[in-house]
Design a protein around this ligand. Structure first.
Ligand code: 3UK
Length: 512
């Protein structure tokens, strides 16, 4: 596959402007709660956003933070910013004010747009942050993005750019809870659309895409905001929390052909099928990413629906999936084969390639890799070595070239496809007055999916009972992102430690 770009290249042109010109103006680009959006309306609103942002005083290279639910305003803001040369930075809408405050400072953003439902967290973040963006606007209501769009011109000449210019950033969580801003270039979304979207998935103009992963994840950006727009297909948006109550009605109503899920939801839906089973007959392919898909879930889904699930590993830094299973050749338990255009190496601790069946660290290369982490030369140097990116994952490869996930090399875990830092949960538990020390590790639940488990040493005189267990879970739930609470808590007299006092999580992991 060859990727080529014009020298003067603004990526909003092929993804947005091209469609009305090619006769797709009346075609539905987005099915949203508030109604359908055609390709002509999408292009006009992207222009209004680009004109409006420029009129506000935003300049090429400025950062625009987005805490926006899955709705058309996300498309207008993201693509409008890019068309105007402004860097959109979508943020996880489930985070807390202290993390947002860190990102506001780290990005030194000029503008900050948010869905009204997140206003409390946004206001607290702005109070905590030393940097104040000049333009802080809700997407709806008085003095909002809607008002900016209503007054702006629906024509706009794309700001000149190059394939290698910075385009958008995505923050990824780190093991200490400090997010790192992966800087993506103009060409990166073209690369993922062509290499994974078209070559592996075979996405076509008549596809209808439904992504359980939200638009602020790199996985969701590819699934719902990029691949469909690359081929002139249609995207179905779910404004609410994904799950049977919101997804099943959307599947029934819009009859998607491509379904992008995460292992936790495949497992949850399988558990419901006896009582409640949506009509999935429109779906031609199911994708899974975010965390490893247990083979048992693959088999049970296939038995229940007749559909293969294509597991593939992607990352924020790579933008989308770089090792994937293929249609009709899925290998349960494996992440599959490298996507065309990407390289993969498994290396030992000395940095030498492991050519046999051994486990090692997975490095990848490819045309959609982030250029760097913003303002973080240490993390950039530690993970981006020449053309290669250190995924932080342990992998092995069989003699047919299939890749198998063997775990993380750090203390991060994926819960429902979302990063969860053991360190963050431990820090929160220690804030509780009854807790002396805490260690958190990943533990497989009944579906073989990883969830956090906590080992807790109590302060002298405190009793570890069911009431305290419930209290500690609630304590974490209300102060961390909602998925970050420990699902099991074990009270122990002491934690296993090394001579230098480091918690030996591997011992706890083995026990869990
Ligand atoms: C883990 C997997 C085993 C792995 C993502 C699709 O998940 C995405 O990006 P993140 O930056 O996390 C990356 C890390 O998640 N992981 C993801 N998929 C798998 N582990 N099997 C899998 N299939 O630890 C990886 O390093 O949140 C997924 C597309 C775009 C993405 N950004």
């Amino acid at each position: 596959v060859r990727l080529s770009y014009a020298e003067n290249f603004n990526v909003a042109v092929p993804f947005i402007d091209r469609h009305p010109r090619e006769g797709r103006g009346e075609k539905i680009a987005i099915h949203a709660r508030a109604g359908d959006v055609t390709y002509a309306e999408l292009a006009a609103n992207v222009n209004r956003a680009a004109s409006g942002f420029t009129a506000l005083g935003l300049r090429p290279g400025d950062r625009l933070l987005m805490i926006i639910k899955d709705c058309p305003a996300f498309f207008y803001t993201f693509w409008g910013a890019i068309k105007a040369g402004v860097i959109p930075v979508p943020l996880n809408t489930l985070l807390r004010s202290d993390t947002y405050a860190f990102v506001i400072e780290n990005s030194a953003a000029t503008a900050f747009f948010y869905s009204p439902e997140f206003s409390a967290e946004v206001e607290r973040a702005l109070e905590l942050s030393a940097h104040k963006p000049s333009h802080v606007l809700p997407t709806e209501g008085a003095n909002s993005l809607d008002a900016v769009l209503a007054q702006a011109s629906d024509t706009f000449e794309a700001v000149p750019s190059t394939p290698d210019s910075d385009c958008f950033w995505l923050y990824s969580s780190g093991s200490t809870g400090r997010p790192k801003g992966a800087v993506h270039r103009q060409r990166d979304m073209v690369a993922t659309s062509v290499l994974y979207g078209v070559e592996v998935l075979g996405i076509r103009e008549d596809d209808i895409c439904y992504s359980e992963a939200k638009l602020f994840f790199a996985y969701g950006i590819g699934n719902a905001l990029t691949f469909p727009l690359w081929v002139g297909a249609t995207s179905v948006l779910n404004e609410s929390k994904p799950g049977p109550d919101t997804s099943f009605p959307l599947i029934a109503r819009h009859r998607p052909t491509l379904y992008y899920g995460v292992p936790t939801l495949y497992a949850a839906y399988l558990a419901l099928f006896d009582k409640q089973k949506p009509d999935l007959s429109s779906i031609r392919a199911c994708v899974s990413a975010g965390e490893a898909l247990p083979p048992d879930i693959y088999q049970r889904w296939k038995a229940a629906t007749g559909l293969d699930i294509l597991d593939g590993i992607g990352s924020t830094e790579a933008l989308h999936i770089f090792i994937s299973n293929r249609h009709g050749a899925a290998r349960p338990g494996s992440s599959g084969l490298p996507v065309p255009g990407y390289g993969a190496r498994i290396v030992d601790d000395a940095g030498d390639d492991i050519l046999g069946a051994g486990e090692g660290r997975l490095f990848i290369s490819g045309p959609s890799l982030a250029r760097c982490y913003w303002n973080n030369p240490e993390k950039t140097a530690a993970t981006m070595v020449g053309d290669w990116f250190d995924t932080g994952d342990t992998y092995r490869r069989d003699d047919e070239g299939f890749y198998y996930y063997c775990g993380r090399t750090d203390d991060m875990m994926k819960v429902g496809g979302i990063w969860c830092s053991a360190f963050d949960i431990e820090s929160k538990l220690i804030e509780h007055p009854a807790v002396l020390e805490a260690a958190v590790v990943g533990k497989a639940d009944a579906e073989s999916l990883i969830k956090p488990a906590a080992y807790v040493v109590l302060q002298a005189g405190r009793e570890g009972d069911a009431a305290l267990t419930a209290e500690l879970m609630q304590f974490c739930k209300s102060r961390l992102a909602p998925y970050q609470y420990p699902r099991w808590i074990r009270f122990v007299p002491e934690l296993p430690k090394t001579a230098t006092g480091k918690i030996q999580r591997f011992r706890l992991r083995a026990e869990a």
